[in-house]
Design a protein around this ligand. Sequence first.
Ligand code: KIV
Ligand code: ZN
Length: 521
Amino acid sequence: MAKAPTKKQKQDDRQLIRIFDTTLRDGEQAPGNSMNIEEKLRVAKQLQKMNVDVIEAGFPIASEGDFEAVKLVAQQIKGPQIAGLCRSSEKDIDRAWEALKYAGERGRIHTFIATSDIHMKYKLKMEPAKVLAAAIKAVKRAASYTPNVEFSCEDAVRTRLPFLAEVVEAVIDAGATTVNIPDTVGYTIPFEYFNIITYLKENVRNIDRAVISVHCHNDLGLSVANSIAAVQAGARQVECTINGIGERAGNCSLEELVMALRTRHDILPFTTSVATDQLTPASRLLTNITGIAVQPNKAIVGANAFAHEAGIHQHGMMMDKSTYEIMTPESVGLSASSLVLGKHSGRHAFKKRLEELGHDLDEDKLNRAFERFKTLADLKKEVFDEDLDAIAVDESREDVKYRLGHITVTCGSFAVATATVQLEIDGQPVRTAELGDGPVDATLKAIKKLTKTKAKLLQYNVGSITGGTDAQGEVTVRVAEGNHTVVGKGSSTDIIEASAKAYVHALNRLNYKQKRLSESL
Ligand code: KIV
Ligand code: ZN
């Protein structure tokens, strides 16, 4: 028989803040952040390693791709609970459970409906009584599949408090075990949000039967502060995303919230289960996948977050790190670029290092990545973690439609640049040559001709992954067609090849997005 929890365990549980990560759902909805199934699974594996409590893997009814992604995450990820979002309709809930059932009792149905006057009147065109009835019905339906049901009152912050309390009480009676009080439009401030949570604690009869969750958007730059205020008022689950990505100005940033709770434990006596040394790897993985970099001064994971530039600061740091450092770089998983492998390193050491960096490649991809590493190690004296990250990210892509073959370029101060490019399109090899205004232009023109794309190249950036003229170049392109904008990335010691890879990557992502849209409801 299971032992009854001790007083200390009960106390610890009261102070434990559950981390609900919605990078793969709310985060992925944001422009430029869409991920394919295989990319979502990689992020989910990193979230598992980081030990978050819940992974919201998607919105199963939104499209076939979303459904498959939630199902795959539910099948493969062990440890965290897996949530899937659904509106308060039977069709949505049934579809969500179809994908989530593979996680067994770790599967969580997350259903929602808007409760503010603005949303009920203009968006739903429903009377409050109808909204209340729909919420109860949805939760009952979800609870018929699993006891693990979360209900969200969309736009809770702009909802009349007595109605908010009425809905929350009713859905708990109907079977919700987590009640989420989102600041959907990023409108609240800490003091007000604290009072909303306090109001619910004081006015909802059965509130102790559910975990209070918060979900803050960052339109006023207050999402982390608001989430902390809610925790102080009694919320015990925070919904957040890696790098704070999400609709509009984004969501509460997971790394900022977790490190604020850890660093200010003296006045915020709460804990999370997050392995904080996985925060930097998670941030980098997401950046590598989406191609969207975080600003250099971003708290916790920005390139300058632990850089001390001013002489007076450097002097203080040399005397004692605590002068200017409130947390260590190691605590967030940041270590100085280290020389990891050389040309004599074997496949085993290579594979192990990739795994430590969060890359889990299958045999084929690993072989290709290892070949590239060997070539790079021959060209470059030193191979860094960042180089390995770039190779692994490139090689782990499922470039389903277009795959880059060979490129030959002739150029010079007198010659007209010419590029001959070979691609595979749906497995069929094709080849063409184009002239251009420089070798990059000629190469991209040849790819454009072969793929017959109508997409517009909006942005082209080139940078280097590490220092030195032998460094790998990294190219990022932004490409748009119709309503879709995507980012593509490619790396190589040859900048022309890196450009071609980035462009092909972007076209594959565009193709995936267009396909997903044509499947969606
Ligand atoms: O912002 C929001 O209200 C949401 C809900 C669906 C939880 O994302
Ligand atoms: Zn949201």
